[in-house]
Design a protein around this ligand. Structure first.
Ligand code: HEM
Length: 472
């Protein structure tokens, strides 16, 4: 009996020590829903379970009878003898190009035939322009599969799937670092954090000691993208012409939050029209202004008129997460420290300092989101020095902490010939292929102009998949 009591005592002590450890000496962290790496998780999901729902599969079949086959034309019945059962080389699409249906989705639907979409990331229905980008890279996977199967007719479905996935992710990494980051960060940030890819040969930059998890401050700082949210969404038929029809744009963005209606316009391939619009018109400038639609009317409920304010959500979330104020991040970035004197805000315009003084008693209280977004831009950058630093650091960690970084040598990497093909890719080239365009601006992240001419798609460098041919 007494032994039993002792055991109980020890168990209680374990629990007690656990409580002391967790609450007394440790600290809490938020959990991630997605992988941090740039690994195409918007296309393939972050887990095997997610992928198994998104990858094209024959669900069940009865020999000689009919088969329930989710395929690129949508979910349907097909005669058994007509069915190729190796469709799991593809990612599922519906209505020809759209993302698959999510039967559990909770988006707002307008017409009977509409549905909420499913993709690797649960926020895919948040706004049609985001859905369209997910759609682009799902279709790019399928395009690569088709090309690889012509180059290597003997490859089985799984080999085609895995190699296409590897190429698609490599293209994404290349485009994000050499297209997107180059468009927003300063040239000195790009070189300080070694973000640009090599021109030739391997880059074995993996460093096992690098922590590639997303830092808390990045989770707030990277919301600077909320300043780019436009007031409307639109569909174009080419680079210059708005789509006409029964419903014409521009469409108030508030009506499109969590509502995929636009994706079903244009003979139900609205995502293509949205992508054409995205590369044709300027986004709002990166500044302290978050447009009214996101600031006062985010996810507006048109019955009760209740809505959210994205800017205050960002500030609040920073405080929830215990993020130090803006000034502390300047110090960690080796920028000048802030004092109680408002003149210590050396990277702010006087008009912005006046506005900040109306809200904060002391410059050292300014929240990270507020202080970083109101900084003056660095030369040749969309962002100020603190955002350049936080983004530069995180993207270096994501690159050098990724043992699957696309520029690494074999065994996980590509041959040098293949790698140099990946390096030819660009967002413009991927868009040309998907949208069947004749012309596009050389750099799709920027508006066309003297330094960014419109070029014929045929003339754009793009990946040659014959370099994946294996000797038979
Ligand atoms: C119409 C476009 C967009 C909408 C409606 C939107 C909406 C949201 C919402 C509601 C949240 C969660 C806020 C919270 O409760 O803390 C969020 C988080 C976030 N957003 Fe956006 N956003 C949009 C575009 C963007 C863009 C363009 C970027 C960056 C380039 C961005 C970066 C982020 C980041 C980094 C987070 C935090 C994610 C996390 O920690 O899990 N968003 N956004």
């Amino acid at each position: 009996m007494s032994k039993h009591k002792n055991e109980l005592y020890l168990q209680d002590m374990d629990i007690l020590f656990g409580i002391i450890f967790l609450h007394g000496t440790g600290y809490r962290q938020q959990q991630n829903e997605e992988t941090s790496y740039i690994d195409g998780s918007t296309v393939y999901g972050s887990t095997d379970d997610q992928l198994s729902v998104l990858r094209d599969r024959v669900r069940f079949m009865f020999p000689g009878k009919k088969v329930y086959l989710p395929n690129r034309g949508g979910v349907g019945w097909a005669a058994f003898h007509n069915v190729t059962i190796d469709r799991d080389r593809y990612m599922i699409t519906s209505n020809k190009y759209n993302l698959p249906r999510n039967p559990k989705g909770t988006c707002t639907l307008n017409k009977k035939f509409e549905f909420c979409h499913n993709a690797g990331h649960s926020e895919v229905n948040q706004v049609p322009s985001l859905t369209s980008f997910h759609t682009l890279f799902v279709n790019e996977h399928n395009r690569i599969v088709d090309a690889l199967s012509k180059v290597n007719p003997t490859w089985d479905a799984n080999k085609l799937f895995q190699e296409a996935r590897k190429i698609n992710i490599a293209q994404l990494q290349h485009i994000i670092y050499n297209g997107f980051l180059k468009a927003i960060l300063s040239p000195s940030t790009m070189s300080k954090y070694k973000l640009r890819s090599h021109d030739d040969g391997y880059n074995n930059c993996y460093d096992i000691k690098r922590d590639a998890s997303i830092s808390n401050e990045f989770g707030i700082a990277y919301r600077m993208g909320h300043t780019w949210i436009p007031t409307y969404q639109d569909l174009y038929i080419d680079l210059h012409t708005r789509q006409t029809g029964r419903e014409t744009g521009p469409f108030d963005i508030v009506r499109t939050f969590n509502n995929p209606h636009l994706i079903f316009l244009n003979q139900r391939t609205g995502s293509q029209g949205i992508l054409k619009w995205l590369i044709s018109e300027a986004a709002p400038t990166t500044d302290r202004i978050v447009e009214n639609s996101a600031r006062n009317r985010l996810f507006q409920n048109f019955t009760t008129n209740e809505s959210f304010d994205l800017a205050s959500l960002n500030i609040n979330r920073g405080r929830d997460h215990g993020i130090p104020p803006y000034g502390k991040h300047r110090e960690s970035c080796r920028l000048s420290a802030l004092s109680a004197n408002w003149n210590s805000l050396v990277d702010h315009h006087s008009t912005d300092i006046t506005l900040l003084r109306k809200v904060y008693d002391d410059p050292r209280d300014i929240d990270l989101f507020t202080g970083a977004l109101t900084e003056r831009r660095e030369t040749s950058s969309e962002l100020g020095p603190t955002l350049n630093c936080i983004l530069g650091r995180e993207f270096q960690n994501l690159k050098e902490g990724d043992s699957y970084w696309y520029e690494r040598p074999k065994p996980q990497g590509f041959s040098t010939k293949q790698l140099n093909e990946i390096r030819k890719t660009s967002l413009s080239a991927v868009l040309c292929a998907y949208l069947d365009l004749k012309e596009i601006s050389k750099d799709a992240f920027k508006l066309p102009g003297d330094s960014n001419p419109i070029v014929r798609c045929k003339e754009l460098p793009s990946i040659d998949l014959t370099k994946w041919k294996v000797a038979s």
